[in-house]
Write a protein that binds this ligand. Sequence first.
Ligand code: ZN
Length: 314
Amino acid sequence: MQRMRRLRVNENMRSLVRETSVEISDLVYPIFVEEGENIAEPIPSMPGINRYSIDRIDEELDRVAESGVKSIPKHKDECGSEAYNDNGITQQAIRHIKEKYDMLVIADVCLCEYTSHGHCGLIHGTEILNDQTLDLLCKMSVSLAKAGADIIAPSMMDGRVGAIRKSLDENGFINVPIMAYSAKYASAYYGPFRDAADSAPAFGDRKTYQMDVANGQEAMREIQADIEEGADIVMVKPGLAFLDVAKEAALTFNCPLAVYNVSGEYSMVKAAALNGWIDEKRIVMENMLAFKRAGAKIIITYHALDVAKWIKEM
Ligand code: ZN
């Protein structure tokens, strides 16, 4: 008789045959920085997450350093400076982190947090322009690399990976990798982040440049295009509702895969946990293992500091 329970008899046996694990080195923690002074403002829809001005960002960075999490994408908040201004808030924050901490900094490249209309590209009337946007994304990428970003992570626009690769190379950044938001869906799960980044579009939606949530095969075409254009790491975003896409990407492409466990996924867990309805630690670790099982190497998550703590406790 086949007895599957033989390998489940105790924790030593189970850990011997365990197929996946979550390591601290898998984790990327997103932080929000905004212009101004003396700001450490909670984001109401994301319990436990704050946005910081640069003068107080060390409060957050010290926790990150302590946790052992090494990687941080940078989210710029509010408007004011241009995306490719070398003294912009994101550039300042990157320089600060690289001077003071031993961390890998992954810089988001998108215009939505800088444009007054909140779309990810330049607009003409109600149309989001593709090719004209690429020039700005290239300038922004070079500016972020100059500031010290270790990895450049561009959001979705056709052809942006190839264009950015060329610009980075021409400016001497041949060894700065690109982590492409390859299969980024037009998802409702970004709701709380919009709240945080103030980046809800003023008109329309992002469905002409982000992916239809109903599509899986199209994601493989997006990922393939990005790899052909020179992406070093590809990403599926959001994570939990798109694990099938992550799994297929992991099986199809020989390229490191990241998943973005987005704000809505975080907020749902937090809200239920705060109500005492779920066991937060077990639920979060289950989600992390799901990403690993699906084939992701890199998990970008607001839970990163908690997960790192729990891993150490184990
Ligand atoms: Zn955007």
